[in-house]
Design a protein around this ligand. Structure first.
Ligand code: NAP
Length: 248
């Protein structure tokens, strides 16, 4: 079967590392992004140089019409999706809960929760044997924050990942008989741009001493866990989690 993967937020960080690895493993790759067209273009050009097929598609995962257009574009340009990585996610300036306004909470929950649900919905409609699909696999990119709560930094972000953990368990059970597996990875402190969004670009230097392995992780170390969960090696694994956290 032709392998077609959609990676939301595939232009940078964990998503970009997953895109490269998926291409190496024989997937045709859709790199979704929000604004950074240059970064997305550079990922797909590198994949094309490896001889694999890739497209970059701008879409805000929090916007229903954008998500519908994203999956329709993939249908037309790559074929029916067989794997989804719900990776796009955001956090905002570090602060305590009592200082968070509703606008911020809406932004975090819209991208991190509603975005994941909308993309999963479109993927299920295409993968489920109930709708004539050939099955597939979904990996949600949660966070170790869902277990730890991120006090004094971003409890809103941690809570959004808690919702994604619950969605992983529920959706996995809902579609288990329809040829679809749903799992999640929970990365720890990974060296990407996301920490700058919280106002602390060098956060990993500060927090690595709390990690049993005494270092931050690299995006490729998360990508390898994602690709394993998507692969046939994980054929009896659904509703499960891999913590990629250096032991934290
Ligand atoms: P990143 O380097 O900040 O990259 C974020 C990616 O998401 C970019 O490709 C960005 O697109 C895209 N994006 C943001 N909002 C979007 C939206 N509304 N619609 C579509 N795409 C959107 O992030 P990262 O560190 O790789 O994180 C990836 C995932 O891992 C997130 O879900 C994050 O919560 C999770 N995670 C990260 C860490 C960590 O330490 N890095 C730890 C645990 C979990 P543009 O390039 O266009 O901006």
């Amino acid at each position: 079967m032709k392998k077609v993967i959609v990676i939301t937020g595939g232009s940078r960080g964990i998503g970009a590392a997953t895109a490269y690895l998926a291409a190496e493993r024989g997937y045709a790759v859709c790199v979704n992004y929000l604004h950074n067209r240059e970064a997305a273009k550079s990922v797909i050009e590198s994949i094309e140089q490896l001889g694999s097929k890739a497209v970059a598609v701008a879409a805000d995962v929090a916007c229903e019409t954008d998500v519908i257009n994203l999956f329709n574009t993939v249908d037309e340009q790559l074929g029916k999706v067989t794997a989804l990585v719900n990776n796009a996610g955001i956090l905002e300036q570090q602060m305590r809960v009592e200082n968070m306004d509703a606008a911020r909470l809406h932004r975090i929950f819209a991208t991190n929760i509603i975005g994941g649900f909308l993309c999963a919905r479109e993927a299920v409609k295409r993968m489920s044997t109930k709708y004539g699909g050939a099955g597939g696999a979904i990996v949600n990119v949660s966070s170790g924050a869902s277990r730890l709560g991120s006090p004094n930094e971003y409890v809103d972000y941690a809570a959004s990942k808690g919702a994604i953990d619950t969605m992983t368990v529920g959706l996995a059970k809902e579609v288990a008989e329809e040829g679809i597996r749903v799992n999640a990875v929970r990365p720890g402190f990974i060296d990407t741009d996301i920490h700058a969004s919280g106002g602390e670009p060098n956060r990993i230097e500060r927090v690595k001493e709390f990690v049993p392995m005494k270092r931050g992780g690299q995006a490729i170390e998360v990508a390898k866990a994602i690709l394993w969960l998507l692969s046939d090696e994980a054929s009896y694994t659904t509703g499960s989690f891999i913590d990629v956290t250096g032991g934290k």
